[in-house]
Structure formats: structure tokens, C-alpha cells
Design a protein around this ligand. Structure first.
Ligand SMILES: CCCCCCCC(=O)SCCNC(=O)CCNC(=O)[C@H](O)C(C)(C)COP(=O)(O)OP(=O)(O)OC[C@H]1O[C@@H](n2cnc3c(N)ncnc32)[C@H](O)[C@@H]1OP(=O)(O)O
Length: 215
């Protein structure tokens, strides 16, 4: 992936925020509202909430947004025009309603980490985080760890070990760190912990390969 001028541990200080934290802008506020709707739809009383009206109003909002959408190609160029920090990805993107969003910071020891509390939309087993969601968070976190270390690539393998159920509604620490680079092969590890206990750990193999940004 071409990440542009992504901050690295060599050039930036301990605690540098590596993702685009939600801001008080119309797009971030609208996306936060959409995230709230996703959760409310799952929590609401199916028998008594006026879901016919909800569907009508949400379709009206979607139509308004679609009427103002440029060509996808044009929008893709715009999406990738930043300086290495994406606002649209499904893990950290403040402009993506399916992102929790996770905010990651780079540490002086080369690791990256962030805290997030996941709720009902991310549920797998009752009260627990879906295993695919954990893998998603960790894949992205390892990618950010690679960028922070100064050498990144595409995920070739992700070996995920689920040690214990990952709880919903409790603060989770997500971290990653690049372990070694061997030619084009990049080895990176990470984990999700809750209350100091490892719930999920991963070992990733990344291959140094650039996917050009749309222009
Ligand atoms: C900051 C933002 C962070 C975002 C993080 C998000 C991370 C992602 O989601 S990336 C998307 C998911 N991943 C993909 O879609 C990747 C799809 N696969 C590919 O593009 C390619 O197959 C890719 C990149 C893995 C390999 O690229 P390619 O240039 O074809 O590699 P190739 O020349 O065949 O192999 C290079 C070396 O890697 C090894 N290798 C390649 N793939 C693998 C693999 N899957 N497993 C093990 N080894 C592999 C080869 O054996 C070879 O080793 P050697 O040099 O010793 O012979």
C-alpha cells in the first residue's frame, strides 16, 4: 500500500497519534450519528419502535447522500489524497460508520497501541466480540505498526490465536509491533487484552508491496 508520508518512530515522538481522531466537523458528526443508529437499531424494542418510519427516514437520508455523490473513481482519489492517515478505513476511520473507531498511538519502543470499547454491533458469542472483528482490528493495527516502524506491506498471512473470549462493553487494549524484516518479508505481532489478560494474539506476515493510490 502507498501510505504517503506516514509518521515513523524515527521521525516522531512517543505517543504520536497515528490515526485520524474524530473531530467536530459535519462529516464526523454525521458518521458518529450513523454509528449511533447502527447500535440503536440492534437495541431497540422491535415490537414498539416505529421501524416503518425509521426505514422511510433512513432511506430519505441515503437518497440525499447519493444525490450528492461524485463518481466513485473521483471519490477514491479524494479518499486517498491525505498524508498517510486514512479517514475511511473500517477500523480507525472517523468517516466510516462501521469503524469503532480505534485511535492508535505510536510508542518510542516501536509499538503502537490504542484503547477501545466494543458494543453490540461487534458481537459474536453472547456478550463477546466476534472473532472476525478481533482479526480485523489486529490486521489493521499490525499494518499501522509496520508504517510506524518505517516498512510496511500487504498482509500475506495472519495467524490468530483466541485465548479467551473478548468481552464487549469493557475497555480493550489493542497493540502491535514489528518484530523483524527479512528482505520483502515483514513479521509483526499484536494482541488484544482486557483487564490485563490476553484475549487474542496474532502473528502476521506482510510482504513489501505497494498498491498505488488512485489518481
Ligand atoms: C496504515 C494502514 C494499515 C492498513 C493495513 C491493512 C492490511 C490489509 O488489509 S492488506 C489487504 C489484505 N491482503 C491482500 O489483499 C494481499 C493479497 N496478496 C497479494 O497482494 C500478494 O500475493 C502478496 C502481496 C501477499 C505477495 O506479493 P508478491 O509480490 O506476489 O510476492 P511474491 O513475489 O510471490 O513473494 C515474495 C516472497 O513472499 C513469500 N510469500 C508471498 N505470499 C506469501 C504468503 N501468503 N505466505 C507465505 N509467504 C508468502 C513468497 O514465497 C516469496 O518468498 P521468497 O522471496 O523467499 O521466495
Amino acid at each position: 500500500m502507498d501510505l504517503g508520508n506516514h509518521p515513523t518512530v524515527e521521525s516522531h515522538s512517543d505517543g504520536t497519534v497515528l490515526t485520524s481522531a474524530p473531530q467536530d466537523t459535519p462529516v464526523d458528526r454525521a458518521t458518529a450519528a450513523a454509528r449511533r443508529v447502527l447500535e440503536a437499531l440492534l437495541l431497540t424494542d422491535r415490537a414498539n419502535a416505529n421501524l416503518e418510519r425509521v426505514a422511510e427516514e433512513l432511506n430519505g437520508i441515503a437518497e440525499h447522500l447519493e444525490q450528492h455523490a461524485p463518481e466513485v473513481r473521483e471519490r477514491m482519489v479524494d479518499m486517498w489524497s491525505g498524508e498517510g492517515v486514512t479517514r475511511h478505513d473500517p477500523v480507525t476511520g472517523p468517516e466510516n460508520a462501521i469503524a469503532p473507531p480505534l485511535v492508535l498511538a505510536g510508542m518510542a519502543d516501536g509499538s503502537v497501541r490504542g484503547e477501545v470499547t466494543l458494543t453490540i454491533p461487534y458481537q459474536g458469542p453472547p456478550g463477546c466480540v466476534h472473532g472476525g472483528v478481533s482479526a480485523l482490528l489486529l490486521d489493521h493495527t499490525l499494518g499501522v505498526a509496520n508504517a510506524w516502524a518505517g516498512k510496511d506491506g500487504m498482509t500475506a498471512q495472519l495467524n490468530v490465536r483466541y485465548h479467551r473470549p473478548t468481552p464487549l462493553f469493557r475497555p480493550l487494549t489493542v497493540q502491535g509491533r514489528q518484530e523483524s524484516v527479512d528482505g520483502r518479508k515483514i513479521h509483526t505481532i499484536g494482541s488484544i487484552t482486557a483487564d490485563g489478560e490476553v484475549c487474542v494474539s496474532v502473528e502476521g506476515l506482510f510482504i513489501d508491496k505497494k498498491v498505488p493510490r488512485p489518481r
